[in-house]
Ligand binder design. Structure first.
Ligand code: TXA
Ligand code: MG
Length: 356
């Protein structure tokens, strides 16, 4: 157990001078080999010095994460990408200039500056430049290269506010920077640039359409992500673990609205009869139609950004309330909705019922 310092920022979107002083101290902790959890525009990260092998080992230990699952190296200035990765391929600069700072991670050939402890033993490295001003300031103060997985214990949903990080990591890290709620709420889009045709290894806020438009050719998703088959081998090692899992069982029901409500109520009635605590993840439009112990409204059916923003928070609330049987509606899966449905399906361990 370490004593975890909680640093509450006065103004995370435009750090005040007191905030900057706190971030300077937090950066120093990382430079000395310590761990600091911090907000980004996607989810909270658990940061350590990406160029220090001992820091990467400490990150794996704090998270309880398998060490073959590589970490993302976070930078604050575009020119720093070339100090950890081979940026010579034209698409790398093109995408970096278009979408950085922002919720996109590029997988590139790794330079020798990056310890293999950080890359999970791979010769490729994932690099991201977050847009969150707190994150950028911390990264600069930490020396420019911060390895950061999502700041959850392995297997839990990624944290989207500081309270979640405190639940998972208090006593395991040196400091937690409280910058409030993360605007996007789902992890960055990962794009593999080590293969001939750039491929999306994890869908996120930067959509396939946006990437295709920028590159002038169609960018596909890793087929293993879409298949959900047990033997599918996604290329991002982290996508193979059963992630984002709530403690209760989760079933997704897809179909036309009336039938979905009826089917979910039927499943929940069975669970209630068996003495289980029940919960529903519902759109605003249908929320009033359910009978369950707890009903969480995730947002409007057509508003993918709102649904994505609330997903992890609601999965955690289901855990906090001890819900044993959870049913969720399926949501639109175009654009950013692809990322939402990818995370929801992973949380459900692939369980989806289609009704007509
Ligand atoms: O939005 C995000 O990306 C957040 C915030 C904190 O920046 N970070 C994040 O990190 O989601 P993490 O460690 O939870 O997820 C990183 C994913 C994993 O699935 C990992 O396997 C994949 O990136 N990854 C990292 N390096 C890779 C590489 N060289 N090749 C393929 N996949 C890689
Ligand atoms: Mg994660």
């Amino acid at each position: 157990m370490v004593k975890t310092r909680i640093i509450k920022l006065e103004n995370p979107s435009a750090p005040t001078s007191a905030d900057r002083e706190a971030l300077r101290e937090a950066g120093e902790i990382i430079q000395k080999g310590g761990l600091v959890a911090f907000p980004t525009e996607t989810v909270y990260g658990l940061g350590g010095d990406a160029l220090n092998p001992a820091s990467s080992k400490a990150i794996y230990a704090a998270k309880g994460r398998p060490s073959d699952n590589p970490l993302i190296v976070h930078i604050a200035d575009l020119q720093d990408a070339g100090r950890v990765a081979d940026m010579s391929r034209p698409e790398a600069m093109l995408l970096a200039k278009r979408f950085w700072p922002g919720p996109m991670t590029l997988v590139l050939p790794a330079l020798d500056t990056v310890p293999r402890e950080t890359t999970g033993g791979l010769d490729t490295v994932a690099v991201r430049m977050p847009s969150d001003p707190t994150a950028a300031e911390l990264i600069r103060r930490a020396g420019g290269f911060v390895a950061a997985p999502s700041a959850n214990l392995s297997g839990r949903p990624s944290p989207t506010d500081a309270e979640h990080v405190i639940q998972d990591l208090e006593g395991r890290v040196d400091a937690i920077i409280d910058g409030g709620d993360n605007p996007i709420g789902l992890e960055s889009t990962i794009v593999d640039l080590t293969v001939e045709d750039p491929m999306i290894l994890r869908p996120g806020y930067i959509t396939p359409e946006m990437l295709s438009e920028a590159l002038g050719k169609k960018v596909e998703l890793d087929p293993a992500i879409l298949s959900m088959a047990a033997d599918a081998k996604p290329k991002a090692p982290g996508m193979k673990y059963r992630h984002y899992a709530p403690k209760g069982s989760l079933t997704i029901v897809k179909g036309n609205p009336k039938t979905v409500v009826a089917k979910i109520n039927e499943l929940l009635a069975d669970a209630a009869k068996a003495g289980k605590k029940t919960g529903v993840i519902a759109t605003k439009e249908l929320a009033l139609g359910y009978k369950a112990d707890v009903i969480y409204c995730i947002g409007s059916a057509g508003d993918e950004a709102e649904v994505g923003h609330n997903l992890y928070r609601i999965l955690r609330k289901m855990d906090d309330e001890g819900v044993e049987v959870i049913c969720s509606e399926a949501f639109a899966d175009s654009g950013f909705g692809k990322a939402v449905m990818n995370r929801l399906r992973k949380a459900a361990g692939g369980e989806m019922i289609e009704v007509s």
